[in-house]
Design a protein around this ligand. Sequence first.
Ligand SMILES: Nc1ncnc2c1ncn2[C@@H]1O[C@H](COP(=O)(O)OP(=O)(O)OP(=O)(O)O)[C@@H](O)[C@H]1O
Length: 300
Amino acid sequence: MTSAKTSATPTSADTRADAPPLVEIRGLSYSRNGRPILDGVDLRIPRGKVTAIMGPSGTGKTTLLKLISGQLEPDAGTVLVDGQDVNRLGRKELYRLRTRMGMLFQSGALLTDLDVFENVAFPLREHTRLPEPLLRKLVLMKLEAVGLRGAARLMPSQLSGGMARRVALARAVALDPMMIMYDEPFTGQDPISMGVLVALIRQLNDASGLTSIVVSHDVDETASIADYIYIIANGKVMCQGAPGAIAAETSAWVRQFMDGLPDGPVHFHYPAAPLEQDLFGDAAGVAAITAADVADGEAR
Ligand SMILES: Nc1ncnc2c1ncn2[C@@H]1O[C@H](COP(=O)(O)OP(=O)(O)OP(=O)(O)O)[C@@H](O)[C@H]1O
């Protein structure tokens, strides 16, 4: 008799190569005040993996996370999360789905009048009716996972920036979400804290069977833990691939972004008249920069 092969955990079953992605985005467009931010973006976030979304400042990465969590509504396209179209869900269903999405935003401050323990306990008290002894165990386990069980009774004002970010991370995973979205998790961290956070994101992802989306400008750190990278610019996916493939990519645009080169297809200089003309010509030279010059400069 042959026994059917069963997976040890639901997570290992979900991460099969043929499993549908946890997040699937098709033809997503979004504009603000008539200005297109995202323009026909297609993207797949596989289960159990760390997917990085990178791109220049102001290119719509945070906007994309807000569209995934249903905080914003797209002009066109669909966002499927765990098979559910977030823009077709009723309020209650969307709320329920959101409790399964952990978020760690750069500005995700801790509640200053609650200690570390109570900050992590907060979502559990809000969304569950767990008996106190069980809640206590869960909070301590989450704090243990980020290395801060010993800091449970400290107040946020007594924490370093890196510790505060780790407490926020413990709080973000308190409800055991299926996925976690990080928006610039390394900003303002010293190299040691950054190294700790980088390792922690990968560790939490793998140990808890999470799916992680990391939006970051920190190219090397992010590439070091990502399974797959999307680079977004001008409202579109400019490039995508495994970190090795992106590292081997030769396009001038991708090289400028990944290698942090000050000049390239994205210009260092805002379009201007020749320097000699500005310095030694008449003042009209400055006024002579027309809207057409600017448009031409941006198109180059
Ligand atoms: N509330 C808002 N009102 C109007 N415009 C906005 C608002 N929020 C964002 N934008 C604009 O939308 C565009 C995309 O912003 P978004 O924050 O998504 O970019 P980003 O890629 O995350 O940038 P960064 O890397 O600097 O955080 C930017 O041009 C920004 O100015």
